[in-house]
Design a protein around this ligand. Structure first.
Ligand code: SF4
Length: 415
C-alpha cells in the first residue's frame, strides 16, 4: 500500500523537509493537499491547510501565529507567495509604508481585492516610515491614512507609529495622545514601535509606557548573548508588552568562512538548515510571541514553516554552538548599538544604518532596497562618509568591526 505523507512520522517528515532545500515546498504542500483530500473530498478548498502554533501578543490578548510574513508584497509574483502563506497558516503579515519603494502595502490590497473573505483571518501590521523626513505627529497621522488607503482596509491591526526608533526621547506624551486617538477613531487596534538601533534603551523605555502594546525588535542568536538586551526584553515581558522579533535570520557582512561551515554542518546533522535553527533559537524564548521573517519566495517560506512546526527543541549544546559562532564571527555583524559609534563620530551619526544597508546588500542580496535606504541618509552626511576618521569608533565598537573598510565598501556598492 502506498504510504501517505500523513502516515510518515511527523518529526521525520518535517526535518526532512527542513534539510531538503527546494524540495521542501513541494513536500509540505503535498502533505497538506493529501490531508485535505482524505478528510473530506467534497469540501471546498480551504485556504488555511496548516495550523501554525500561536502565542498571545502581550497585553493585546490576541493570539497570532509564531511565524509572521514580513516582506515586500509589491511585485506581481508575490501574490503567489501570499496565497502560499495563507495555505501554510502564516496569517500574520508585516509590512511598512516604505517597503518595496512604497508599493508593498498595495500588494496586500491587491490580494484582498481578489480574496475579500481572507481579511478576517489576517493580522496585518504596518509601520509609519518617515522616508527621510523629520518625524512629527502630523507625519505619523498622514502616514496612517496613506497606509490605510494603500492597504484598502478600514483598520490596521498593529500600527508601528514609531518605526526604526533609536532614541527613547521620541516616545513623547504627544505620541501617546496620538496613539490613543488613533485607537479611539478605530483606525488601529494596537500601537507599537519598532527598533533595530539602541534596542535595549528603546525596549526599557517602552516597558515603562503602558500605551505601547508591542515592540518589534532585532533579536537573534547574536544579540541574545548581550546582557543589556536580556534585561530589556525581561522588562517588556514583565510589563506585558508584546514582543515580535525581526532580523532573526541575520547574515554576516563577510563571505563564508570556516566558522560558517562548522555551524552549518552542526545544524544539518541535527536535521535543520542554519536558517531554521536561527528561528528555533529565538522561538525557544517564550517571551517572544512571533518572529517576522522577510523571506519572499515559497521555498524559504516553506522551510520556515517546517521549522516552527517541528517540535524538536534546541539543546544546550546547540545554543552553545550559536554563542561560540556569535563570538568568533562578531566582527561581521553590527549589533545596532548606534550611540557608541555616533558618539565617537558625531559628524556621521549613521554608521549603524550604513552597516544595516550593507547587510541588506551583502547578506540578503536586496540591492534595490539597500540603495534606496542609503539614499535617504542626508546628502551632507553621505559626503563625509569617505573622509571621516573612524579609528575611535573602531576602538569602541564592541563587535570589533572594521568600520572604515565597511563604510568604503558601502559607499562603493550603495552610492
Ligand atoms: S558599528 Fe559597532 S558600535 Fe556601531 S552600531 Fe555597529 S556594532 Fe555598534
Amino acid at each position: 500500500m502506498k504510504e501517505k505523507p500523513d502516515n510518515i512520522n511527523r518529526r521525520d517528515f518535517l526535518r526532512t523537509v527542513g534539510a531538503a532545500g527546494l524540495g521542501g515546498s513541494i513536500a509540505l504542500t503535498a502533505a497538506a493537499d493529501a490531508k485535505e483530500k482524505t478528510t473530506d473530498p467534497n469540501a471546498p478548498r480551504r485556504i488555511q491547510k496548516i495550523k501554525l502554533p500561536t502565542r498571545t501578543l502581550g497585553k493585546t490578548g490576541v493570539k497570532v501565529p509564531i511565524l509572521a510574513l514580513g516582506m515586500m508584497f509589491d511585485a506581481l509574483e508575490k501574490q503567489i507567495v501570499l496565497r502560499k502563506a495563507l495555505e501554510l497558516g502564516v496569517t500574520y503579515w508585516d509590512t511598512a509604508y516604505s517597503y518595496g519603494g512604497e508599493k508593498s502595502e498595495r500588494g496586500i490590497a491587491k490580494f484582498l481585492a481578489k480574496n475579500p473573505d481572507v481579511r478576517k483571518h489576517l493580522f496585518i501590521a504596518t509601520k509609519a516610515s518617515t522616508s527621510g523626513k523629520p518625524r512629527t505627529i502630523d507625519l505619523i497621522e498622514k502616514r496612517l491614512h496613506q497606509s490605510l488607503k494603500k492597504l484598502n482596509i478600514s483598520r490596521i491591526d498593529l500600527y508601528y507609529g514609531m518605526h526604526d526608533i533609536s532614541n527613547p526621547a521620541e516616545l513623547t506624551d504627544d505620541l501617546r495622545k496620538w496613539a490613543e486617538s488613533a485607537k479611539k477613531r478605530n483606525l488601529i487596534r494596537f500601537f507599537g514601535i519598532s527598533t533595530h538601533r539602541n534596542m535595549p534603551a528603546c525596549l526599557q523605555a517602552a516597558a515603562k509606557l503602558d500605551w505601547i502594546d508591542v515592540v518589534m525588535t532585532t533579536y537573534n542568536f547574536r544579540v541574545m548573548q548581550k546582557k543589556e538586551m536580556q534585561d530589556a526584553i525581561q522588562a517588556c515581558h514583565k510589563a506585558g508588552t508584546g514582543l515580535v522579533a525581526m532580523k532573526t535570520q541575520t547574515r554576516k557582512q563577510k563571505p563564508i568562512s570556516d566558522e560558517d561551515e562548522k555551524v552549518v554542518g552542526h545544524f544539518l546533522k541535527r536535521g535543520f538548515t542554519l536558517g531554521q535553527a536561527k528561528i528555533k533559537a529565538v522561538l525557544a524564548d517564550k517571551r517572544f510571541t512571533s518572529v517576522a521573517i522577510g523571506r519572499d519566495n515559497i521555498s524559504h517560506l516553506t522551510l520556515n514553516v517546517a521549522a516552527v512546526l517541528d517540535k524538536t527543541k534546541l539543546t544546550k549544546e546547540d545554543m552553545d554552538v550559536f554563542a561560540e559562532y556569535a563570538r568568533t564571527t562578531c566582527s561581521g555583524y553590527c549589533a545596532g548599538c548606534a550611540d557608541i559609534c555616533s558618539d565617537a563620530c558625531p559628524d556621521v551619526p549613521c554608521i549603524s544604518e550604513v552597516m544595516r544597508h550593507l547587510m541588506y546588500y551583502n547578506g540578503y542580496g536586496d540591492h534595490q532596497n539597500a540603495r534606496e535606504l542609503f539614499a535617504r541618509i542626508p546628502a551632507r552626511i553621505r559626503k563625509k562618509l569617505l573622509t571621516t576618521d573612524y579609528s575611535l569608533a573602531e576602538a569602541r565598537c564592541p563587535q570589533h568591526m572594521p568600520i572604515a573598510e565597511l563604510i568604503a565598501e558601502a559607499v562603493n556598492k550603495l552610492a
